[in-house]
Design a binder for this molecule. Sequence first.
Ligand code: FDA
Length: 315
Amino acid sequence: MLRDALIYLSGSKNARRFVTNAPGARSTARRFVAGETVEDGVAATRKLNQSGMKVTLDYLGESVNNRDEARQAADVYLQMIDRITAEKLDANVSLKLTQMGQDIDEGFLRENVGRILDRARAVDMFVRFDMEASTHTQKTLDFFRSLWADGYRNVGVVIQSYLRRSQGDIEQLNADKVRVRLCKGAYKEPESVAFQARGDVDASYVRLMQMLLEHGNYPGIATHDPAMIRATREFAKAKDIDPSRYEFQMLYGVRRDLQQQLVRDGYRMRVYVPFGEAWYPYLMRRMAERPANLLFVVNSVLRESPFRVFMGRER
Ligand code: FDA
């Protein structure tokens, strides 16, 4: 119920205006978002690299319906690629196709994403297309396929284990040796397309992880769930799959203890580092995943709001 409400609010313009203007909201978002500028993203990347973690850098934004905005977002990605290269950081980039004009027109999308892929290819950098709601799954895979057919190999996609179709998608992607990130899925989806019970999503995750580890190409196992991580480690061990053939991935600010532990245990860990001003829907999805995050945000906002006197925190 709460998850559904938060995911619903992540798309609400009024809720967005209210939350982003709330005192303290911006500073609270900093727990999950590296900051607002490219330099903030680069600084967080440098720090994570120093602690033995790789990064995928994400400029926040989605559902863009304005060409100038989409073009500007692509320009920011070019800057990110240049800064990562100049600083010799161990990082690649992740982007959302709806930020690049997927909902505007395909030719325009192609132009924007083409600029990013060309710049990244010139410096041998990988670009990941995040996966959004199921209304965009087929479009995203079709668009990816067209780029693949045109010879781009520095690009990969995300598959969500809650979708019923994912096994078929992974079979095809594995056949082409496409790099896949596996996650559970962060959107509200109808029963017709997605498993609803946690146990079913988890069982699907384990099945897909095994397919990727055995037959895929350097998969990203994206999860904070200790049970999924354990299943991955055990399967890799049983099949004698070296830890250099896959990587774990987690979100910035989430389960930092587990991130460090995996590095200490000799596994590859990539942290997804988002930055930018459009943090509202991203933050709402993170709260939907874990209600304790909501308490953290509400507490922080109240602490800095005019109501703080009622909380006995006024000094
Ligand atoms: P699950 O939600 O079952 O959580 C297991 C445990 O992890 C929780 O009990 C808690 O301890 C911890 N945890 C999980 N989320 C937390 C949070 N937000 N804050 C604090 N603790 C938390 N989704 C998508 O639809 N498309 C995409 O492209 C991506 N990309 C992506 C990249 C990376 C690197 C990651 C890690 C995740 C994504 N996701 C995503 C999000 C993903 O689909 C999923 O919503 C979250 O990862 C939460 O699922 P878990 O696998 O962590 O398990």
